[in-house]
Write a protein that binds this ligand. Structure first.
Ligand code: PEP
Length: 254
């Protein structure tokens, strides 16, 4: 973490929690995180769960986001949701480019870029996910991969809009696997993403962009990961479904 940048601890609930379950979860975590405002706290929820989570989070500093957004304003895109629809529901944050979207739903850097630009144009804040697969890390090309993804995913995004972009560095081999990047690996790769931002936007934007680490972050490894200067928070899957675990990660970020 670095005093110059906002620390953001975000949960990605994926395809978990009915509205009633989300309400119960938020009611449980709300008193645990009350007053812990050294970091922003966001839970990204399935579309149908957002309203219940928002209602439960009212009066706290917990924000509720979405897990994806389409790039068109409206039209024949069955099953999709637009940025205008999300903002109309009071949703400010959205995850884009999660590896599960890329892996199972055919998302490419091109569609990730389109979705990112649409969300930003609608005034949303984007949590942009990127990271290498295992073979790329083993081949020693992680830096090249994350630099390229950063450039492709942010093509056409302005320096001004970068104030509303959070990057989540998520090595694909660490997501939901129990394998975690070492703090050194996380710090090094977040630094390489920052270098790519510097090339695109200059030092000021690069130094002020929050870059989270995601990939099996939990109550045991969070403090060490978050102690690294280039790791400005976490995007958390599994541990975001258990209030005590998520709260311990928030504590590590205080
Ligand atoms: C994620 O879904 O973004 C993630 C990091 O999952 P997990 O924490 O379960 O690895």
């Amino acid at each position: 973490m670095n005093a110059k940048r906002r620390t953001v601890i975000a949960g990605n609930w994926k395809m978990n929690f009915t509205p009633a379950e989300a309400t119960a979860f938020i009611n449980e975590i709300k008193p645990l995180v009350a007053g812990k405002d050294a970091c922003d706290i966001i839970f990204c929820a399935p579309y149908v769960t957002i309203a219940a989570a928002q209602a439960a989070a009212e009066g706290s500093h917990i924000k509720i986001g979405a897990e994806n957004v389409h790039f068109a304003e409206k039209g024949a895109y069955t099953g999709e949701v637009s940025a205008k629809m999300l903002t109309a529901c009071g949703v400010e944050y959205v995850i884009i480019g999660h590896s599960e979207r890329r892996q199972y739903f055919g998302e490419t850097d091109e569609t990730v870029n389109l979705r990112t630009k649409a969300a930003l144009a609608a005034g949303m804040t984007v949590i942009l996910c990127l990271g290498e697969v295992k073979e790329q890390r083993l081949a020693g090309i992680t830096k090249e991969v994350v630099s390229m993804q950063t450039k492709l995913d942010l093509a056409g995004v302005t320096a001004e809009e970068m104030k509303r972009v959070i990057i989540a560095y998520e090595p694909v081999w660490a997501i939901g696997t129990g394998l975690t990047a070492t703090p050194e690996q996380a710090d090094e790769t977040c630094g390489q993403i920052r270098d790519a931002l510097c090339e695109l936007y200059g030092k000021e934007v690069a130094e002020s962009t929050t870059i989270q680490y995601g990939g099996s972050m939990n109550e045991k490894n969070a403090a060490e990961l978050l102690s690294k200067p280039n790791v400005d928070g976490g995007l958390i899957g599994g541990a975001s479904l258990v209030a005590a675990k998520f709260n311990a990660i928030v504590d590590a970020a205080q």
